[in-house]
Each structure stands twice: as C-alpha cells, then as structure tokens.
Design a protein around this ligand. Sequence first.
Ligand SMILES: *Cc1c(COP(=O)(O)O)cnc(C)c1O
Length: 425
Amino acid sequence: MDYFNYKNGKLFAENVSVDQIAEKVGTPVFIYSKATFMDHLQKINEAYSGLDTMICYSVKACGNVNILRFMADAGSGFDVVSGGELYRVLHAGGDASQVVYAGVGKTDTEIVEALDAGIGYFNIESEAEMENLIRLARQRGKQAKVALRVNPDVDYKTHAFTTTGRKETKFGVDIERAIKVFADYGENPAVNLCALHVHLGSGGKKIDPYVEAVEKILPLIDRLRGKGHTIEAIDLGGGYGADYESDTAPSAAEYAAGIVPLLKNKDVKLILEPGKSICANAGIMLTRVLYIKHGGSKKFVIADAGMNDLIRPSLYDAFHFIWPARVDEKFAAHKRTKDLKPEGAEIVDVVGPICEGADFFAKDRALPPTRRGDLLAIFTAGAYGFTMSSNYNARPRAAEVLVDDGKFCVISRREVYEDLISLER
Ligand SMILES: *Cc1c(COP(=O)(O)O)cnc(C)c1O
C-alpha cells in the first residue's frame, strides 16, 4: 500500500498533484510520501508487537535527515553502515542507543565516533574487527555492545550481488566459528558480546529464508547459553520485500507470522533492520521526456533523468514501473505490474541522456503514447534511488521533495553547477 494514486488521470502523491511539484521544483525530482513511510513503520510495529522488538530503519536505503527526523520522532531506531550515516542519524535527533552499526570495513575513526555516541550494538563481522574494536574501546575507556554477524548459509535466491547469507561471502562468520568467537571474546571486559546478527541480503520475496535462518540460529543460541554466554537479542537484518509491482511482496504481518512464533518465549529481544520495505514505494522519481527517437524497429523515450539519478535498473537489472503522470482516464494505472499493456499502448525503451549503453530505466516496455514535455513517474524509487545517485557526467543531483497530506516541501535542494566544483577549489 502506498499513497501514489491516479485521480481523474492525474498522478497524486497523497493530496498533491505531482505536476504541481515538477512545475515548482523542476525535474528530475524524487517525491516521497510521509504517510507511506508511517504506514509501513506502524504495520511492522503492530506485526511484531508480540515480541520485544526494536525497529532499526536502514539509513542507506533512503537517508535524508528530514526523513530520519520524522522516523526518529515515530520511535524508530536506525541501522547504519558508515560514520556518515551515524552522523545523519545524530543530526536528525535519532537515539544513539537505538542504533546498530553493521559493515565489514569500519575504520578506526568510525568506530571511535560510534563508541563516543554510545550506539546500541556494533554488528561485528570478523575476529580482526573484534580485536580492533576491543583495542579502541579500551583506549576510550568504554564498553561496546556487540552482536556477532552470523552467516546461517541460507540461499536467498536473489541477484548474485545482493545475496549475503551464503557461506562464501565476505559477510559474517559461520555457525561453528561463532561458537569459537564467543569462547574467545565472551569474557572480554571491553566488549559485551550478547547478541547475534543475521542479514540475508536484499530482494527476496519469500518468508522461508527468514524462517530457515531463525531455525538455524535458535540451536546456536541454546548452545551459547549452555556455555554460559548471555544472548539478549537476535537481529534479523533487513531485505524484506517491497512492492515494486503492486501487492507482490509479503506484508509485515506475513513475515511476522513466520518469525514471531519461533521466537516467542525464547527470552530474546528482536531487532529488525528494514530498509526498502519501508521506503521503496514511499518514493517516486519524476522525470520529463526530452525527446522521442526511432532507431531501427525501436522507439526510445529519452528522459531528463539518467542512471546517475537512479542506477538500480543498470546495476541490478531492477524493475521499476513507469507511467505518465497525466494520462487519459482509460490509461490510468491503478495496479502497477510488469505486464500492464492497455489497448493503445506503445512498446518503448525509456532511457537517460548519459553516454553509457547501461543508461536505461526500462526496455521493451508498454507505455501510453508519450510526447516531448510529458512527465513520467518512475515508481518505487524511494529505496537506493537518491542515496545511490552521483554526479556522473557532471550532472547536478536531483531535488528531493517530501509530501505530507496536501503540502509539499523541498527536503534537499537541487544541486547547481557551483556545487559540482565546490570541493575542487
Ligand atoms: C542494506 C542493509 C539493510 C536493509 O536492506 P533492505 O533490503 O533495504 O531492507 C539492513 N541491514 C543491513 C546490515 C544492510 O546492509
């Protein structure tokens, strides 16, 4: 469920027509719906209310400080993967004790910043990293709370670049090694090693891998407790599905139905790190059609946004539903699916202006007839959209706009040429 809907052939973000935003702010522009963020967060909260649960929204998916601020106000914690993300969270007024920090390559500076901020858990991925954390914690006279990232060897059946839960990845340690890590560091006074972290990857649409992961972790918890270790929390990471097509991802309630019963009465706190399941369909990217071009048998719709603005199609071959912001009522897309091909639609490639063959948003896609000047909405662009954008081809980055009911506000101004060279003086 989200708050981007057609009314009389016009696309609205909540109660603001997106034309109006393009008019004021220009294109390309990311438009976010606050109500969609809140709706997802609330549904996750409700779904897991049977357990002591801490929700740590994953900053890397969509981390504008204004968004983090209202998430923090709504009680969300945060999952960060860098010092920069921690800085964002603290700047947004996030509660450091509700921050979990993952990542295989934390620098000394980043670790010290997180120690000083007093974050909730360091998610540690290797013995070498643990040694370094211990050294730095001692130096600062602090004790770090640690969750060990465990790799349950579950096949997530997603894109090779987004699977992280198999044995042969750079992430985490396997179950046998986890026992050894607890034996080696469980009594170390510089760290309070008291939790397990699992993050399977991103992109799955199934609940089973999570159930399987919990089923593999529970005996590990028993074994560790049997050896006298305290396990207060299990962090199940992120990767929960998002509706890139309408109603295709499992709901929070469906995930919870698989997970909560397994953890009930296990005396363990649950941590979740949802990213795209909260923000993906809370955002669209709006782009204006510059040109229509025919090449061979193909028709190209050339947009003013490029892979520097939204790289997911180029990087992961990701599907994004694309539709004009203003259509004849008969073309209004009330359900966003791969195979929506209304009578009268044309088959086109939607591409950007960048000098790369990979600069495309859609290939052989049905679209209502489009002309120069039309606005296209690229849906479900809230996650890994703006946060992965770059200045490639010296293109100023797009603006970000937040819609709240009938009002909208620029939450990140469009870059100007001066921004492009400001660090080079
Ligand atoms: C990226 C990431 C997430 C969020 O993933 P989504 O697919 O956006 O839910 C959560 N935890 C960790 C450790 C991550 O690296």
